[in-house]
Design a protein around this ligand. Sequence first.
Ligand SMILES: O=C(O)C[C@H]1C=CC(=O)O1
Length: 92
Amino acid sequence: MLFLAQMDVTIPHGIDPDELAKLKEAEKQRAQEIQRSGKWPHLWRVAGRYANVSVFDVDSVDELHELLSSLPMFPFLDVTVTPLSRHPSALA
Ligand SMILES: O=C(O)C[C@H]1C=CC(=O)O1
């Protein structure tokens, strides 16, 4: 099952810069771990915004939620999920 996820990031004002750097590094490690598993085939920055659009390839909505909520930055993410279906005109 493919899902489009748009993640808008809001970092709390006043967060300690060292804590933020650690959080971003932990996020990168976990995001790359999930990508290596094949379950997060696309991760793109939205130009000009602290946001991304991603495609997840998972077995269930529950699995998608588990992956998203395992991200260290999850408390600061506003995630919009859209289920994807094959387009009849798509070549691949
Ligand atoms: O920067 C972001 O888009 C937020 C978050 C999602 C993946 C990741 O590595 O960081």
